[in-house]
Design a protein around this ligand. Structure first.
Ligand SMILES: Nc1nc2c(ncn2[C@@H]2O[C@H](COP(=O)(O)OP(=O)(O)OP(=O)(O)O)[C@@H](O)[C@H]2O)c(=O)[nH]1
Ligand SMILES: [Mg+2]
Length: 462
């Protein structure tokens, strides 16, 4: 599909603001090449061959051809470009004044500043990519961990849409079958064919549900989760925290009650972004500062997705441990039995922990032994594994989750209607709802309003 849709040519700086070796200014639209040609000297090779970088001066046509910069300029000819339109990319020297001057010239020649995500919006509207791929572009640009980037790249290659394609076709053929019964057959569907349809719908809905269920993990990969280290003073929470964040972020001393306030640090555990929170040790506070600190620890326990209970295996009594485990009983927990370098803990301690249904991970924050095991236990506790969806599709986006759920509900409603002996028309309502939802997911059927909301979350220049 070649775009005749957009009258205007858009321009934006695609690289981040500030100073850099190179900055890229992008033009896209039907006049992109003409505008670009107006700011390079006659005789430049720009416009001869698409997809080829040309080194050329960039001039200001208004100021008697004042040279702005020497740039590498590439023209991508429609429709084989990112947006499906003519694109010209200028790689200029990354000085803000140079970038501003180049942008100013392109604007004066008739380009308009692009809105956030507008290049990708055009790519979508021109049929170059579907909506899930457009969203993947945004997620990739926003990725903070390697794992998020890899998932976004997989979605960008169309993994989710490919996964849904056979389902959509099945659904469509079921709709056709039912519609033709409604149109052409005097009698209702025969019982056997009804049963066959129901069976097929149930299996399709189950397929969708499996995909929907992956969102629990997908959301964690996308949004991250919170882990609070909690324990008695001096148990070694801050020492373990520092090990996990791989820097001496929190203060460690031999004095109980060292940590007073919450100390928070982002880390990546097995590809999942995690906010790790160190807390003040839980005990009867000795003064007002400590009392406030202990209050914050209690809040952190409630806020955390996982509580990492740190126990001093050389010192804590089984009563202390039981009290601690009781205090954190509502949380998803991992129990670290710290200071393993000081010898084996008392068996009554291990027993007290196991009584609460958790097996402790032995660790020494001092030597580093067992720290990897603690990391793995935390990832396991949130339902992840070292191997997060290596091949299966992971739903990471709330919009996708919502639409998949709706699609599955539509199918289920249809199969219930069919097996209860209702008319085909009633079953068709559910099936159309289901198809509509899957279409919205990839953007085949989409409402302007939704597009506006999705693309508003992009950066300018993408
Ligand atoms: N032998 C040994 N000592 C440790 C270990 N982990 C921590 N320590 C020591 O225990 C003391 C307390 O460590 P911190 O990490 O400050 O303990 P904390 O739980 O943060 O203590 P508060 O902030 O007071 O609640 C320090 O002297 C640490 O060096 C360990 O694995 N083995
Ligand atoms: Mg501490």
């Amino acid at each position: 599909m070649q775009s005749e849709m957009f009258e205007d040519t858009i321009v934006a700086v695609a690289t981040p603001p500030g100073r850099g070796g190179i900055a890229i200014v992008r033009l896209s639209g039907r006049n992109a090449l003409d505008i670009a040609l107006a700011c390079v000297p006659a005789g430049s090779r720009l416009g001869e061959t698409p997809n080829r970088a040309v080194i050329t001066d960039l001039v200001n046509p208004d100021l008697a051809g004042e040279i702005l910069d020497r740039a590498v300029v590439t023209w991508f000819r429609a429709p084989k470009s990112y947006t499906g339109e003519d694109i010209v990319e200028f790689s200029v020297h990354g000085a803000p004044v140079v970038v501003d001057a180049a942008l100013g010239v392109l604007l004066s020649l008739g380009a308009r500043p692009a809105t956030p995500g507008e290049f990708t919006l055009r790519a979508f509207l021109n049929g170059r990519i579907d909506l899930t791929q457009a969203e993947a572009v945004r997620d990739l640009v926003n990725a903070q961990t390697g794992h998020q980037a890899r998932l976004a790249q997989r979605q960008l290659r169309g993994e989710l849409s490919h996964r849904l394609q056979p389902l959509k076709e099945r659904l469509l053929s079921l709709i056709v079958q039912l519609e033709s019964t409604v149109e052409f057959v005097e009698d209702d569907l025969e019982t056997e064919s009804r049963a066959a349809l129901v069976k097929e719908l149930v299996s399709a809905a189950a397929d969708l549900d499996a995909l929907t269920a992956s969102y629990r993990l997908g959301r964690l990969v996308a949004d991250g989760f919170g882990v609070a280290l909690v324990g008695r003073p001096n148990a070694g929470k801050s020492s373990l925290f520092n090990r996990l964040v791989r820097t001496e972020r929190a203060i460690v001393t031999a004095m109980p009650g060292t940590t007073r306030d919450l100390v928070s640090e982002p880390v990546e555990l097995e590809g999942i972004p995690v906010r790790l929170v160190d807390t003040a040790g839980l005990r009867e506070a000795e003064n007002e500062v400590e009392q406030i600190g202990v209050g914050r620890t209690r809040t952190a326990i409630v806020d955390a997705d996982v509580v990492l209970v740190v126990i001093d295996g050389s010192l804590d009594s089984s009563d202390t441990v039981r009290a601690l485990l009781d205090e954190t009983r509502h949380a998803t927990r991992v129990v670290a039995l710290n200071k393993s370098d000081l010898g084996d803990p008392d068996p009554s301690l291990v027993e007290a922990i196991e009584d609460s249904g958790v097996s402790p991970v032995s660790v020494s924050a001092l030597s580093g032994e067992g720290v990897d095991e603690v990391r793995q236990a935390v990832v396991r506790a949130i339902g992840g594994s070292a191997d997060l969806a290596p091949s299966g599709v992971l739903v990471t986006n709330a919009r996708h989750h919502e639409l998949l759920t709706r699609a599955s509900k539509g199918m289920t409603a249809a199969s219930v209607a069919l097996s209860a002996g209702y008319s085909e028309e009633i079953a068709l309502v559910g099936l159309h709802e289901s198809l509509q939802s899957l279409g919205e997911l990839t953007g085949e059927t989409v409402i302007e309003d939704i597009l506006g909301r999705i693309f508003a979350t992009f950066c300018v220049g993408k």
